[in-house]
Design a protein around this ligand. Structure first.
Ligand SMILES: [Zn+2]
Length: 547
């Protein structure tokens, strides 16, 4: 059967490579025509399709927004004449971006005049969902106008529900037992485990893609599922590569360059997926930066030698000996000061966190001491409050007197005992006094309570900070470092943390095991300043937006 298929292919399938890049904004990120040619040649070779670079390659540097591209027209002419029926392109949107050309491609594909369009993302067949192709051609907006609202909404709904609206990649199947539009994607009982095995072996770090491809074809006889006349062939090297870089396998899918969450069962975990990308090296997908969430980047720490900011990097490496995977993060100076060659070396994250931990140990109060200190401060606060309560009571009496005076004034005016001018002048005076008094009452409460709250917060902070740092999310660790020290400098692999007044006092108290001097100072320190010692709980952001 496969021999038969092969003969049919070479007899009727003329292959055409089409590459396009315009100078338009939207094409800026697109590979150059040379790179597209290199990738498409590899793709054709992987699919067993011979290419004659002199005859089978069409390239043009034009926008595809308007119809009338010469090489596109040439491609259509060759398809219509039956000379070519397989098109290889880097991505589907290289072929068309306008209604007319896109519609032409879809029609030729549906009629079977184009038998396959092979791209680095996937292969499109005559049996494919038309709407899906339209979406990927970037012509969904225009195309959808011509479709019934029902279809348009159903595709949107599908995506919103996490249902991939296209052909399931290998290891999964479109559930054909349901009616069109309601088809979900299920694990392929025949292939799921074998495809998962590709991941398992890759994760050992001991295999390359060509080695896995050999195993999959020669030993496991892994074939693509059969859909009508298509499929049922041994997987290509490109398919293996597509599996190992496919977002689908970690539970996402990609439409028109955008990632959507998928409701299908993931084959691998996020961690496994990104570890494989790391192992694939340059062949793998770049791990989205957002995911790392380094704790101490930005301008938090500065280099002591050149003053530039400290940044972080993450590396993955597989041991050549036993395939185990090592991952590590390190911090280093960005070294961007012009005319200066900074000589600072990198510091591993573990080392840096160790130094921070040592500092936190130096300001950690034993629980008994922290509780005792809070009690002392509360008592002092109570005494102070009692003294001030009298003052407050007096203030409140004045407020009431003011209220009464205002009422009486109105009364006088109503009985015509004073005239308008007198009334207005006197009332303004009383209202002014009233609001001054109200402000004083408010400030009274705020001042005394905030003072107590802040001190309590600070002592609690010194009790839990070390623990919280050890178990915190990157955002929490960052917060803690920001609270404990300003002017953070990294030089010769040593982080200098300059504690503020309160923490310097705590440090001294911990060192000497003498707590009373600390209490004496606290009252003054917190009287006026607004330093907060509150650690907010922050969830780590995960994969909010991937590549
Ligand atoms: Zn530097």
């Amino acid at each position: 059967m496969s021999v038969n298929l092969k003969r049919t292919h070479s007899a009727t399938e003329g292959t055409l490579v089409y590459c396009r890049k315009s100078s338009e904004q939207e094409d800026r990120q697109v590979l150059s025509i040379e790179s597209q040619m290199r990738e498409t040649f590899i793709l054709a070779k992987d699919n067993g399709l011979p290419i004659d670079p002199a005859k089978d390659v069409l390239t043009e540097s034009r926008s595809a927004k308007v119809p009338g591209r010469p090489m596109f027209n040439e491609m259509i002419a060759r398809v219509l004449s039956g000379k070519s029926s397989v098109i290889v392109a880097f991505k589907l949107d290289r072929l068309a971006r306008n209604m007319q050309d896109g519609g032409m491609i879809i029609q030729l594909l549906q009629e079977g005049k184009i038998q396959r369009i092979i791209t680095t993302e996937r292969t499109y067949l005559p049996t494919d969902n038309v709407m899906m192709i339209a979406v990927e051609l970037g012509m969904a907006n225009q195309y959808s106008r011509d479709l019934s609202t029902h279809v348009r909404n159903s595709i949107k709904t599908k995506i919103a529900l996490g249902q991939y609206p296209g052909l399931a990649p290998i290891g999964y199947l479109n559930d054909l037992s349901r009616e069109e539009g309601a088809r979900t994607i299920i694990a392929d009982p025949e292939r799921f485990d074998r495809v998962r095995k590709l991941w398992d072996l890759m994760l050992t770090g001991a295999y390359t893609v060509p080695q896995l491809h050999r195993l999959a074809t020669r030993e496991w006889h892994l074939t693509t599922p059969k859909y009508g006349k298509h499929g049922g062939r041994l997987v290509s090297k490109n398919t293996v590569y597509n599996v190992l870089t496919g977002h689908f396998y970690r539970g996402w899918f990609r439409i028109n360059g955008e990632l959507h969450w998928g409701s299908h069962r993931p084959m691998v975990t996020e961690e496994e997926f990104w570890r494989v990308q790391g192992l694939l090296g340059r062949e793998g997908l770049p791990r989205p930066q957002k995911h790392f969430e380094f704790a101490f980047t930005g301008s938090l720490i500065r280099c002591g030698e050149c003053g530039c900011s400290i940044t972080a990097e993450r590396r993955t490496k597989a041991s050549r000996r036993d395939g185990r995977i090592f991952e590590w993060t390190y911090y280093r100076c960005v070294k961007k000061k012009p005319g200066m060659a900074c000589t600072q070396k990198y510091v591993e994250a573990k080392e840096l966190e160790g130094q921070i931990d040592a500092f936190l140990a130096s300001i950690t109060l034993p629980q008994s001491i922290a509780e005792w200190a809070i009690r002392q401060v509360k008592e002092e606060h109570g005494r102070e409050t009692r003294v001030q309560e009298d003052a407050l009571r007096e203030l409140q009496t004045s407020v009431r007197t003011n209220e009464t005076a205002k009422k009486r004034l109105t009364d006088l005016r109503l009985r015509d005992l004073i005239d308008d001018a007198e009334f207005i002048a006197k009332r303004e005076e009383l209202v002014g006094e009233g609001s001054r008094l109200a402000e004083q009452v408010e400030a009274f409460g705020l001042r005394s309570n905030q003072w107590l709250d802040r001190v309590e917060e600070a002592f609690s902070f010194c009790r839990v900070v070390r623990e919280r740092f050890a178990s915190g999310t990157p955002a929490e660790k960052r917060q803690i470092l920001q609270i404990v020290g300003s002017n953070l400098v990294l030089q010769d692999k040593k982080l200098t943390i300059q504690p503020g007044e309160f923490l310097a006092g705590v440090q001294k108290a911990v060192e000497n095991q003498e707590w009373l001097p600390l209490l004496d100072d606290v009252r003054n320190m917190f009287g006026n300043n607004t330093i907060r010692f509150k650690i907010e709980t922050v969830e780590s952001k995960i994969y909010s937006k991937a590549v």
